[in-house]
Design a binder for this molecule. Structure first.
Ligand code: R5P
Length: 303
């Protein structure tokens, strides 16, 4: 078995390799002045089961292209199989037509991932239940939710004063799963609306009873507007302190300031996406998905 990393999330790739008691194999990624890339595999991969770790977060297009080229180079070098660990699957929110005339970007991405010769995909917390089933190759969805439940217990927040919160109705499946992991901890659902033209987020109502400690669970934070709006509404409805757990720190644009200034006490995310120093902020804590990923790789590759 050989493990390679693209450039999007080397820190996670290194941690996964360490968990597997190995190191990353050599690859040369040359960037031309016009930003095109030349990929060259330097390790001997003939007959080997290969793993490529690449998060397809910002800049998604660039990171996807790199993954496609690494896959092609591995195939041409005689790899036996290619497992792509895509901790954050970019374009997953565009999984159907929201308004007439739109592209279904995720479908194009899936077709390309399959066409370049990837045999298996491993990804974390997909945006909707139907995404894994849209692939024709083996697709394994791992989840950070158990890491969140464990941290909630470690922090003693399972003391009867806590309510779990889904910041939108689409998160019902997720919030129910966490509630079950925590002996049916109560949960509430927020009725959120996002204007698709302006991006403006509004939250009208909460279904259920808010308790003094509220813990928001979400799959990703991008602009931070969903979290900021949810925290405000929860506080208005009686929450004294609000914590946030989200798997993917997409952290676009001004999210750092929006999140730091939100009334949330602490924001937990994972390392499915590498967060550069300039996007980090005081309230942020990062949990690692490396061990979970390595355990799954041991199972599927038989390492
Ligand atoms: C929405 O359906 C997702 O689960 C997230 O709540 C959303 O993508 C977060 O986006 P933002 O941080 O831009 O509000």
């Amino acid at each position: 078995m050989k493990i390679f990393s693209g450039e999007s999330n080397r820190p996670l790739a290194q941690k996964i390799a360490k968990e597997l008691k190995t190191s990353l194999s050599d690859i040369e990624i040359h960037v031309f002045p016009d930003e095109e890339k030349r990929i060259r595999i330097l390790a001997n991969v003939a007959g080997q089961d290969c793993i490529v770790i690449q998060s397809t977060s910002m800049n998604s297009d660039k990171n996807y292209m790199e993954l496609f080229f690494i896959t092609d180079a591995l195939k041409r070098s005689g790899a036996n199989s290619i497992t792509a660990v895509i901790p954050y699957l970019g374009y997953q929110r565009q999984d159907h037509v929201f308004r007439p005339g739109e592209a279904v970007s995720l479908e194009v991405i899936i077709e390309t991932l399959e066409a370049v010769g990837i045999n298996r995909i491993i990804a974390f917390d997909l945006h909707s239940a139907r995404i894994a089933g849209s692939f024709h190759i083996e697709t394994i969805e791992l989840s950070a939710l158990s890491l969140f439940a464990r941290r909630i217990v470690e922090n003693g927040w399972n003391d009867g004063n806590t309510v779990l919160v889904s910041p939108d109705m689409g998160g019902r499946r997720r919030i129910k799963a966490v509630s079950e992991m925590l002996d049916d901890m109560p949960y509430v659902l927020i009725e959120k609306n996002r204007d698709l033209s302006t991006g403006k987020v509004t939250a009208q109502a909460i279904q259920g009873k808010v308790l003094p400690r509220a813990i928001i669970i979400d799959d990703m934070i991008s602009s931070g507007k969903t979290i900021a709006t949810a925290v405000k509404l929860l506080k208005k409805n009686g929450a004294k302190e609000v914590f946030v757990f989200a798997t993917h720190p997409v952290f676009s644009r001004d999210s750092k300031y929006i999140l730091q200034q939100s009334g949330a006490k602490k924001i937990f995310v994972t390392d499915t996406i590498n967060i550069p120093q300039n996007k980090r902020f005081r309230k942020l804590e990062i949990l690692s998905v490396a061990q979970k990923t390595a355990e799954e790789l041991k199972k599927v590759i038989g390492y």
